[in-house]
Write a protein that binds this ligand. Structure first.
Ligand code: PLP
Length: 436
């Protein structure tokens, strides 16, 4: 189907109104189509694997709200639980039973002894870093280029002029003083990690990393890399903070840790969570070792709080989602992903488009560059014009991909044969568009 056959006047009218009252017309930049051009589709409703826009067009959803919708949209059991919770009131500002149950579920699956709820992944990493600094009495934070941890000032940092030099702000509005205690290293680079710890080890409070980066496209940790990071931190008295906001309860039942730490026998000191554990509501968390979490207020001196933290609707949605996220769910998502990965490889190869498909557990990305992609510099070689053409051809054929070349493609247990076949059928035309 060509673009002309899918006119979008209602989305265009809403986008015009949106831009008059909201910067860029969107409430999070990646929702805009700046990287691919055109008008974002305004979505009216969603069910299962499908989105319906305000012009009545349907799309197979490969964004899944940027990760949370593990069970697909409007799952009947999640909806029923949420509706029952809403009927009991929406926020009390007191402890509630769903918070306890969700915390128990997370402690049961993930390598944490205690967990504290917040409302966004940004808050989770910001709070984890404060706690790591408070616990160790040190200030320096190490992160990797291409890893995104939310819009935390200290983590919106680009590498300085050389390895082991302190970072510069990655955006206007972040003072140099906010990033001057942040060190940014290339991902998957053990030698860089060793050098930085040799030089600054006694000042490093924590190293924070995406457990398997998904924000530069999916760049899996090389075998043993996370374990190496955990051991290096331990040797220098720094905390290893594993950001599982995207991978948690998504890459596998136990997140990325289920694919490496649980198998290799190590645990991070602190872990951040978000997305899936909120079941489509604003909920996130950080957790970790009992002695570290014990430093948090009210037990300890490190302050952290939130009016809507552990909100009963959000925790009910998250708890219901996690209870339904069985091994079968992950097996289904994995199998659907295999079919799409194979079809993408075949279509792009047939069209002669350089590409590499990378995965970590059930998360995957298609990079339009020769592989492998092992760090941000490699990911940056992706062809932006080719991706824009590919994206629009897919959209036109009824598949909503992330409007950026540097994102994971997300699936859900609701991606059934019809949805997967729609994606498979769209790929050859999109690959030819990318080649043009
Ligand atoms: N950490 C990771 C790994 C993420 O992918 C994200 C968001 O995409 C965040 C943190 C920030 O989460 P939020 O957007 O809920 O603030």
């Amino acid at each position: 189907m060509s673009a002309a056959t899918r006119p979008t006047p209602a989305s265009e009218a809403l986008f015009t109104r949106a831009r008059a009252v909201t910067p860029g017309g969107v409430n999070s930049p990646v929702r805009a189509f700046n990287a691919v051009g055109g008008t974002p589709r305004f979505i009216r409703s969603a069910a299962g694997a499908w989105l319906t826009d305000v012009d009545g067009h349907e799309y197979v959803d490969l964004i899944c709200s940027w990760g949370p919708m593990l069970l697909g949209h409007a799952h009947p059991e999640v909806q029923a639980a949420v509706q029952a919770a809403v009927a009991r009131g929406t926020s009390y500002g007191t402890p509630t039973e769903p918070e306890v149950e969700l915390a128990e579920e997370i402690v049961d699956r993930a390598p944490v002894d205690r967990v504290r709820f917040v409302s966004s992944g940004t808050e989770a990493t910001m709070s984890a870093i404060r706690l790591a600094r408070g616990f160790t009495g040190r200030d320096v934070v190490v992160k990797f280029a291409g890893c995104y941890h939310g819009h935390v000032d200290a983590l919106l940092a680009s590498a300085g002029s050389g390895l082991a030099t302190f970072a510069v702000p990655g955006t206007p509005g972040v003072p140099a003083s906010s990033t001057e205690l942040t060190l940014v290293l290339p991902y998957n680079d053990r030698a860089a990690v060793e050098r930085v710890f040799a030089e600054h080890g006694d000042r490093i409070a924590c190293l924070v990393t995406e457990a398997a980066p998904g924000n530069m496209g999916v760049v899996p940790p090389e075998p043993g890399f996370n374990r190496f990071l955990a051991e290096t931190c331990a040797r220098h008295g720094a905390l290893f903070v594993s950001d599982e906001v995207m991978t948690g309860f998504r890459a596998s039942r136990q997140g990325q840790w289920g694919l490496d730490g649980a198998v290799e026998g190590w645990r991070p000191d602190l872990v951040t969570f978000g997305k899936v554990m909120g079941g489509g509501f604003p909920a996130a968390a950080f957790g970790g070792r009992a002695d570290v979490m014990g430093r948090l207020a009210p037990d300890g001196p490190v302050y952290q709080a939130g009016t809507l933290s552990g909100n009963p609707i959000a925790t009910t949605a998250g708890l219901t989602t996690l209870r339904l996220a069985t091994d079968e769910v992950y097996a289904h998502i994995g199998a659907a992903g295999e079919t799409i990965k194979e079809a993408a490889t075949e279509a792009l190869s047939a069209a002669g488009v350089p590409h590499v498909v990378q995965a970590s557990g059930t998360m995957f990305s298609v990079f339009l560059t020769d592989g492998p992609v092992r760090d941000f510099a490699d990911a940056s070689r992706t062809s932006a014009p080719a991706y824009a053409a590919f994206f629009h051809a897919m959209l036109d054929a009824g598949v909503y991909l992330p409007p950026s070349a540097y994102e994971a493609w997300f699936l859900s247990s609701a991606h059934d044969d019809r949805a997967v076949q729609t994606v498979v059928d769209a790929l050859p035309g999109a690959a030819r568009a990318a080649a043009a």
